[in-house]
Design a binder for this molecule. Structure first.
Ligand code: FEO
Length: 397
Protein backbone atom coordinates (compact mmCIF):
# COMPACT_ATOMS: atom_id res chain seq x y z
CA UNK A 1 0.00 0.00 0.00
CA UNK A 2 0.98 3.63 -0.33
CA UNK A 3 3.52 5.09 2.06
CA UNK A 4 3.80 8.83 2.57
CA UNK A 5 7.29 10.25 1.92
CA UNK A 6 6.67 13.95 2.37
CA UNK A 7 3.75 16.37 1.82
CA UNK A 8 1.97 15.12 -1.31
CA UNK A 9 4.54 12.51 -2.34
CA UNK A 10 3.90 8.79 -1.72
CA UNK A 11 5.61 5.50 -2.46
CA UNK A 12 3.31 3.14 -4.34
CA UNK A 13 5.70 0.31 -5.19
CA UNK A 14 6.02 -3.40 -4.48
CA UNK A 15 8.11 -5.10 -1.81
CA UNK A 16 9.28 -8.46 -3.15
CA UNK A 17 10.50 -10.64 -0.30
CA UNK A 18 10.54 -13.75 -2.48
CA UNK A 19 12.92 -12.80 -5.24
CA UNK A 20 16.29 -14.50 -4.87
CA UNK A 21 17.61 -14.07 -8.42
CA UNK A 22 17.33 -10.91 -10.50
CA UNK A 23 18.17 -10.26 -14.18
CA UNK A 24 17.44 -13.93 -14.87
CA UNK A 25 20.12 -15.70 -12.85
CA UNK A 26 22.66 -12.87 -13.04
CA UNK A 27 22.20 -11.11 -9.71
CA UNK A 28 21.47 -12.79 -6.36
CA UNK A 29 19.00 -10.96 -4.15
CA UNK A 30 19.49 -12.69 -0.80
CA UNK A 31 17.43 -10.04 0.96
CA UNK A 32 14.74 -9.64 -1.70
CA UNK A 33 14.09 -6.30 -3.36
CA UNK A 34 11.55 -3.56 -3.87
CA UNK A 35 10.35 -1.94 -7.08
CA UNK A 36 9.72 1.68 -6.22
CA UNK A 37 7.08 3.80 -7.88
CA UNK A 38 6.12 7.25 -6.63
CA UNK A 39 2.95 9.31 -6.85
CA UNK A 40 3.00 13.10 -6.56
CA UNK A 41 -0.36 14.85 -6.15
CA UNK A 42 -0.11 18.57 -6.75
CA UNK A 43 -2.24 20.66 -9.12
CA UNK A 44 -0.91 18.14 -11.60
CA UNK A 45 -0.65 14.47 -10.62
CA UNK A 46 2.49 12.61 -11.58
CA UNK A 47 3.48 8.97 -11.47
CA UNK A 48 7.20 8.19 -11.43
CA UNK A 49 8.15 4.69 -12.69
CA UNK A 50 6.10 1.51 -12.26
CA UNK A 51 6.94 -1.99 -10.97
CA UNK A 52 8.05 -5.30 -12.46
CA UNK A 53 5.60 -7.03 -14.81
CA UNK A 54 4.55 -9.99 -12.56
CA UNK A 55 3.02 -7.45 -10.16
CA UNK A 56 1.33 -5.28 -12.82
CA UNK A 57 -2.30 -6.07 -11.96
CA UNK A 58 -1.71 -5.80 -8.21
CA UNK A 59 0.14 -2.51 -8.75
CA UNK A 60 -2.56 -0.92 -10.87
CA UNK A 61 -5.29 -2.07 -8.46
CA UNK A 62 -3.38 -0.49 -5.56
CA UNK A 63 -2.81 2.66 -7.57
CA UNK A 64 -6.56 2.93 -8.23
CA UNK A 65 -7.12 3.08 -4.46
CA UNK A 66 -4.88 6.17 -4.31
CA UNK A 67 -6.04 8.05 -7.38
CA UNK A 68 -8.55 7.87 -10.21
CA UNK A 69 -6.23 6.77 -13.03
CA UNK A 70 -7.83 9.35 -15.31
CA UNK A 71 -6.51 12.05 -13.00
CA UNK A 72 -2.87 11.11 -13.65
CA UNK A 73 -1.55 13.98 -15.75
CA UNK A 74 1.99 12.78 -16.43
CA UNK A 75 3.91 9.52 -16.25
CA UNK A 76 7.68 9.73 -15.83
CA UNK A 77 9.79 6.76 -16.90
CA UNK A 78 13.24 7.34 -15.48
CA UNK A 79 14.46 4.05 -16.98
CA UNK A 80 12.95 1.54 -19.38
CA UNK A 81 14.28 -1.71 -17.91
CA UNK A 82 11.48 -4.19 -17.22
CA UNK A 83 11.69 -4.03 -13.43
CA UNK A 84 10.58 -0.37 -13.66
CA UNK A 85 8.51 -0.30 -16.83
CA UNK A 86 6.92 -3.77 -16.68
CA UNK A 87 3.56 -2.50 -15.44
CA UNK A 88 3.31 0.25 -18.02
CA UNK A 89 1.30 -1.80 -20.57
CA UNK A 90 -1.29 -2.68 -17.89
CA UNK A 91 -1.48 0.95 -16.73
CA UNK A 92 -1.64 2.36 -20.25
CA UNK A 93 -4.49 0.01 -21.12
CA UNK A 94 -6.60 2.26 -18.85
CA UNK A 95 -5.10 5.64 -19.78
CA UNK A 96 -3.54 5.21 -23.24
CA UNK A 97 -3.19 8.91 -24.05
CA UNK A 98 -1.40 10.01 -20.87
CA UNK A 99 1.95 11.59 -21.74
CA UNK A 100 5.01 9.51 -20.88
CA UNK A 101 8.09 11.65 -20.15
CA UNK A 102 11.44 9.95 -20.71
CA UNK A 103 14.73 10.28 -22.58
CA UNK A 104 15.04 9.71 -26.31
CA UNK A 105 16.83 6.42 -25.63
CA UNK A 106 14.03 5.31 -23.32
CA UNK A 107 11.53 5.79 -26.15
CA UNK A 108 13.58 3.36 -28.26
CA UNK A 109 13.77 0.89 -25.42
CA UNK A 110 10.08 1.14 -24.40
CA UNK A 111 8.98 0.76 -28.01
CA UNK A 112 11.37 -2.18 -28.35
CA UNK A 113 9.95 -3.91 -25.30
CA UNK A 114 6.25 -3.19 -25.66
CA UNK A 115 5.74 -2.28 -29.34
CA UNK A 116 3.37 0.56 -28.47
CA UNK A 117 3.31 4.09 -29.77
CA UNK A 118 2.38 5.80 -26.54
CA UNK A 119 2.27 9.58 -26.13
CA UNK A 120 6.01 9.95 -25.53
CA UNK A 121 7.51 13.33 -24.56
CA UNK A 122 11.29 13.30 -24.63
CA UNK A 123 13.29 15.30 -22.10
CA UNK A 124 16.91 16.33 -21.64
CA UNK A 125 18.96 17.55 -18.70
CA UNK A 126 17.56 20.81 -17.37
CA UNK A 127 14.06 20.39 -18.84
CA UNK A 128 11.30 21.12 -16.36
CA UNK A 129 7.70 20.06 -15.83
CA UNK A 130 5.40 22.42 -13.93
CA UNK A 131 3.26 20.63 -11.35
CA UNK A 132 1.51 23.74 -10.02
CA UNK A 133 1.51 24.87 -6.38
CA UNK A 134 4.96 26.38 -7.06
CA UNK A 135 6.57 22.98 -7.62
CA UNK A 136 8.26 21.52 -10.64
CA UNK A 137 10.15 18.43 -11.70
CA UNK A 138 13.62 18.99 -13.15
CA UNK A 139 15.11 16.23 -15.31
CA UNK A 140 18.74 15.07 -15.25
CA UNK A 141 19.99 12.57 -17.82
CA UNK A 142 22.01 9.77 -16.20
CA UNK A 143 23.34 8.18 -19.38
CA UNK A 144 25.03 4.81 -18.71
CA UNK A 145 24.09 4.90 -15.04
CA UNK A 146 23.43 2.24 -15.79
CA UNK A 147 21.67 2.16 -19.20
CA UNK A 148 21.86 4.66 -22.06
CA UNK A 149 18.27 5.69 -21.29
CA UNK A 150 18.62 6.26 -17.51
CA UNK A 151 17.64 9.57 -15.97
CA UNK A 152 16.71 11.07 -12.62
CA UNK A 153 14.31 13.85 -11.69
CA UNK A 154 14.25 16.35 -8.87
CA UNK A 155 11.13 17.72 -7.20
CA UNK A 156 11.64 21.35 -6.18
CA UNK A 157 10.31 22.69 -2.87
CA UNK A 158 10.11 19.13 -1.45
CA UNK A 159 13.76 18.67 -2.51
CA UNK A 160 13.46 15.01 -3.43
CA UNK A 161 15.76 13.38 -5.97
CA UNK A 162 14.14 10.40 -7.72
CA UNK A 163 17.29 8.62 -8.79
CA UNK A 164 15.99 5.31 -10.16
CA UNK A 165 18.73 2.62 -10.12
CA UNK A 166 21.44 4.95 -8.79
CA UNK A 167 21.75 4.87 -4.98
CA UNK A 168 19.43 1.85 -4.80
CA UNK A 169 19.80 -1.55 -3.20
CA UNK A 170 18.15 -4.92 -3.64
CA UNK A 171 16.87 -4.94 -0.08
CA UNK A 172 13.32 -5.73 0.99
CA UNK A 173 12.18 -3.98 4.14
CA UNK A 174 8.79 -2.94 5.40
CA UNK A 175 10.49 0.03 7.08
CA UNK A 176 11.38 1.61 3.70
CA UNK A 177 13.56 4.40 5.17
CA UNK A 178 17.33 4.30 5.60
CA UNK A 179 17.34 5.38 9.24
CA UNK A 180 15.04 2.55 10.32
CA UNK A 181 16.88 -0.47 8.90
CA UNK A 182 19.94 -2.44 9.99
CA UNK A 183 22.85 -0.30 8.76
CA UNK A 184 25.24 -3.23 8.18
CA UNK A 185 22.65 -5.00 6.01
CA UNK A 186 21.85 -1.79 4.14
CA UNK A 187 25.44 -0.92 3.26
CA UNK A 188 26.29 -4.56 2.41
CA UNK A 189 23.51 -4.40 -0.19
CA UNK A 190 24.59 -0.95 -1.40
CA UNK A 191 28.20 -1.97 -2.06
CA UNK A 192 27.13 -5.25 -3.68
CA UNK A 193 24.79 -3.29 -5.97
CA UNK A 194 27.51 -0.80 -6.90
CA UNK A 195 30.17 -3.50 -7.42
CA UNK A 196 27.98 -5.72 -9.59
CA UNK A 197 26.07 -3.11 -11.59
CA UNK A 198 27.90 0.21 -11.64
CA UNK A 199 31.61 -0.70 -11.59
CA UNK A 200 32.07 -0.43 -15.38
CA UNK A 201 30.60 3.07 -15.31
CA UNK A 202 32.65 4.47 -12.41
CA UNK A 203 34.28 7.23 -14.48
CA UNK A 204 30.87 8.41 -15.66
CA UNK A 205 29.42 8.08 -12.15
CA UNK A 206 32.20 10.27 -10.78
CA UNK A 207 31.55 12.91 -13.42
CA UNK A 208 27.77 12.81 -13.07
CA UNK A 209 27.84 13.07 -9.28
CA UNK A 210 30.13 16.09 -9.52
CA UNK A 211 27.74 17.62 -12.07
CA UNK A 212 24.75 17.09 -9.76
CA UNK A 213 26.63 18.45 -6.73
CA UNK A 214 27.68 21.53 -8.75
CA UNK A 215 23.98 22.37 -9.18
CA UNK A 216 23.96 22.93 -5.40
CA UNK A 217 20.48 21.51 -5.07
CA UNK A 218 19.09 21.13 -1.59
CA UNK A 219 18.55 17.36 -1.32
CA UNK A 220 16.30 16.38 1.57
CA UNK A 221 15.54 12.91 0.30
CA UNK A 222 16.84 10.48 -2.30
CA UNK A 223 14.14 8.14 -3.54
CA UNK A 224 15.75 5.36 -5.62
CA UNK A 225 14.13 2.71 -7.81
CA UNK A 226 14.99 -0.16 -5.44
CA UNK A 227 15.27 -0.53 -1.69
CA UNK A 228 14.98 2.02 1.06
CA UNK A 229 14.56 5.77 0.70
CA UNK A 230 17.38 7.95 1.99
CA UNK A 231 15.84 10.56 4.29
CA UNK A 232 18.40 10.66 7.11
CA UNK A 233 21.57 12.36 5.86
CA UNK A 234 20.63 11.41 2.29
CA UNK A 235 23.88 12.54 0.75
CA UNK A 236 25.78 9.89 2.73
CA UNK A 237 25.09 7.47 -0.12
CA UNK A 238 26.32 10.07 -2.64
CA UNK A 239 29.58 10.32 -0.68
CA UNK A 240 29.87 6.52 -0.69
CA UNK A 241 29.39 6.51 -4.47
CA UNK A 242 32.15 9.12 -4.80
CA UNK A 243 34.46 6.78 -2.87
CA UNK A 244 33.43 3.69 -4.79
CA UNK A 245 33.70 5.41 -8.16
CA UNK A 246 37.25 6.51 -7.44
CA UNK A 247 39.38 3.34 -7.83
CA UNK A 248 38.04 2.00 -4.55
CA UNK A 249 39.96 -0.65 -2.67
CA UNK A 250 40.49 -1.89 0.87
CA UNK A 251 43.49 -3.63 2.35
CA UNK A 252 42.24 -6.97 1.08
CA UNK A 253 43.49 -9.85 -1.04
CA UNK A 254 40.87 -12.27 -2.35
CA UNK A 255 41.75 -15.80 -3.39
CA UNK A 256 39.24 -17.37 -5.77
CA UNK A 257 39.75 -20.99 -6.71
CA UNK A 258 38.07 -24.23 -7.69
CA UNK A 259 39.45 -27.66 -7.02
CA UNK A 260 38.93 -31.28 -8.10
CA UNK A 261 40.77 -33.39 -5.53
CA UNK A 262 41.60 -30.62 -3.07
CA UNK A 263 45.13 -30.01 -4.40
CA UNK A 264 44.38 -26.47 -5.63
CA UNK A 265 42.39 -25.86 -2.44
CA UNK A 266 45.45 -26.79 -0.35
CA UNK A 267 47.53 -24.45 -2.51
CA UNK A 268 45.02 -21.63 -1.87
CA UNK A 269 45.17 -22.18 1.87
CA UNK A 270 48.97 -22.31 1.91
CA UNK A 271 49.22 -19.11 -0.16
CA UNK A 272 46.85 -17.44 2.32
CA UNK A 273 49.05 -18.64 5.19
CA UNK A 274 52.12 -17.19 3.47
CA UNK A 275 50.40 -13.84 3.02
CA UNK A 276 49.29 -13.82 6.65
CA UNK A 277 52.76 -14.61 7.95
CA UNK A 278 54.12 -11.76 5.92
CA UNK A 279 51.45 -9.16 6.64
CA UNK A 280 49.08 -9.66 9.52
CA UNK A 281 47.04 -6.57 8.65
CA UNK A 282 45.87 -7.55 5.20
CA UNK A 283 42.37 -9.02 5.05
CA UNK A 284 42.58 -12.35 3.19
CA UNK A 285 39.43 -14.00 1.90
CA UNK A 286 39.20 -17.42 0.22
CA UNK A 287 36.30 -18.50 -1.96
CA UNK A 288 35.63 -21.71 -3.81
CA UNK A 289 33.97 -20.33 -6.94
CA UNK A 290 31.88 -23.46 -7.41
CA UNK A 291 30.34 -23.09 -3.95
CA UNK A 292 30.05 -19.34 -3.50
CA UNK A 293 27.51 -16.90 -4.86
CA UNK A 294 29.09 -15.18 -7.86
CA UNK A 295 27.83 -11.70 -6.96
CA UNK A 296 29.22 -12.03 -3.43
CA UNK A 297 32.62 -12.91 -4.95
CA UNK A 298 32.40 -9.86 -7.25
CA UNK A 299 31.75 -7.66 -4.20
CA UNK A 300 34.91 -9.02 -2.56
CA UNK A 301 36.91 -8.44 -5.75
CA UNK A 302 35.62 -4.86 -5.73
CA UNK A 303 37.04 -4.41 -2.21
CA UNK A 304 40.39 -6.01 -3.05
CA UNK A 305 43.72 -4.55 -4.09
CA UNK A 306 44.81 -7.92 -5.46
CA UNK A 307 43.13 -11.18 -6.46
CA UNK A 308 44.67 -14.62 -6.86
CA UNK A 309 42.86 -17.05 -9.14
CA UNK A 310 43.41 -20.80 -8.90
CA UNK A 311 42.30 -23.78 -10.95
CA UNK A 312 43.63 -27.24 -11.70
CA UNK A 313 44.17 -28.07 -15.35
CA UNK A 314 41.34 -29.90 -17.07
CA UNK A 315 41.18 -30.61 -20.81
CA UNK A 316 44.08 -28.20 -21.35
CA UNK A 317 42.12 -25.41 -19.67
CA UNK A 318 40.44 -24.34 -16.42
CA UNK A 319 37.39 -25.40 -14.41
CA UNK A 320 34.07 -23.94 -15.49
CA UNK A 321 33.28 -22.07 -12.25
CA UNK A 322 36.56 -20.13 -12.53
CA UNK A 323 36.01 -19.47 -16.23
CA UNK A 324 32.52 -18.17 -15.38
CA UNK A 325 33.50 -15.83 -12.57
CA UNK A 326 36.44 -14.46 -14.59
CA UNK A 327 34.06 -13.72 -17.48
CA UNK A 328 31.89 -11.67 -15.11
CA UNK A 329 34.94 -9.93 -13.64
CA UNK A 330 36.23 -9.11 -17.13
CA UNK A 331 32.92 -7.47 -18.06
CA UNK A 332 33.01 -5.27 -14.97
CA UNK A 333 36.28 -3.63 -16.12
CA UNK A 334 37.93 -3.34 -12.71
CA UNK A 335 40.81 -0.89 -12.59
CA UNK A 336 43.91 -0.49 -10.43
CA UNK A 337 43.94 -4.08 -9.19
CA UNK A 338 46.73 -6.66 -9.22
CA UNK A 339 46.46 -10.38 -9.84
CA UNK A 340 48.28 -13.69 -10.19
CA UNK A 341 47.35 -17.32 -10.86
CA UNK A 342 48.02 -20.72 -9.36
CA UNK A 343 46.89 -24.31 -9.80
CA UNK A 344 47.62 -28.04 -9.70
CA UNK A 345 48.16 -30.22 -12.71
CA UNK A 346 48.94 -33.83 -13.52
CA UNK A 347 49.87 -33.98 -17.19
CA UNK A 348 50.02 -30.84 -19.33
CA UNK A 349 49.49 -27.95 -16.86
CA UNK A 350 47.87 -25.20 -18.94
CA UNK A 351 45.62 -23.78 -16.22
CA UNK A 352 48.11 -21.24 -14.87
CA UNK A 353 48.98 -19.70 -18.26
CA UNK A 354 45.28 -19.69 -19.23
CA UNK A 355 44.36 -17.95 -15.98
CA UNK A 356 47.23 -15.49 -16.32
CA UNK A 357 46.19 -14.52 -19.83
CA UNK A 358 42.54 -14.19 -18.76
CA UNK A 359 43.45 -11.94 -15.82
CA UNK A 360 45.60 -9.79 -18.09
CA UNK A 361 42.80 -9.45 -20.63
CA UNK A 362 40.40 -8.55 -17.81
CA UNK A 363 42.53 -5.49 -17.08
CA UNK A 364 44.42 -6.67 -14.00
CA UNK A 365 48.10 -5.94 -13.54
CA UNK A 366 49.55 -9.46 -13.50
CA UNK A 367 52.37 -9.39 -10.94
CA UNK A 368 53.78 -12.90 -11.29
CA UNK A 369 53.95 -15.67 -13.88
CA UNK A 370 52.00 -17.83 -11.46
CA UNK A 371 52.57 -20.96 -9.44
CA UNK A 372 52.01 -24.55 -10.54
CA UNK A 373 52.09 -27.67 -8.37
CA UNK A 374 52.23 -31.15 -9.86
CA UNK A 375 49.80 -33.83 -8.64
CA UNK A 376 48.77 -33.54 -5.04
CA UNK A 377 51.08 -30.90 -3.51
CA UNK A 378 53.74 -32.40 -1.23
CA UNK A 379 55.38 -30.58 1.66
CA UNK A 380 57.87 -28.93 -0.67
CA UNK A 381 55.06 -27.65 -2.94
CA UNK A 382 53.11 -26.36 0.06
CA UNK A 383 56.22 -24.49 1.22
CA UNK A 384 56.51 -22.96 -2.26
CA UNK A 385 52.88 -21.81 -1.98
CA UNK A 386 53.66 -20.06 1.30
CA UNK A 387 56.72 -18.42 -0.24
CA UNK A 388 54.53 -17.36 -3.21
CA UNK A 389 52.08 -15.72 -0.78
CA UNK A 390 54.94 -13.95 1.03
CA UNK A 391 56.39 -12.77 -2.25
CA UNK A 392 53.05 -11.40 -3.44
CA UNK A 393 52.77 -9.24 -0.35
CA UNK A 394 56.42 -8.22 0.06
CA UNK A 395 57.22 -7.50 -3.55
CA UNK A 396 54.08 -6.19 -5.12
CA UNK A 397 51.48 -5.00 -2.64
FE1 FEO B 1 18.20 -1.07 -14.57
FE2 FEO B 1 16.38 -1.55 -11.75
O1 FEO B 1 16.76 -1.65 -13.58
Amino acid sequence: MALKLKNNVSWIGKTDWDIKKFHGDEYSTHRGSTYNSYLIKEEKNVLIDTVWKPFAKEYVENLKKEIDLNNIDFIIMNHAEIDHSGSLPELMSYIPDTPVYCTENAVKSLKGHYHQNWNFRTVKTGDELDLGNGKKLVFVEMKMLHWPDSMACYLTEDNILFSNDAFGQHYASEYMFNDLVDQAELFAECIKYYANILTPFSLLANKKIKEILSLKLQIDMIAPGHGVIWRDNPTQIVEKYMDWANLYQENQITIIYDTMWDGTKRMAEAIAEGIKQSDNNVNIKLYNAAKTDKNDIVTEVFKSKCILAGSPTINNGILVSIAGILEIIKGLKFKNKKAAAFGCYGWSGESVPVLTETLDKAGFLVIDDGLKAIWNPDNDSIKKCMVFGEKIVKTFI
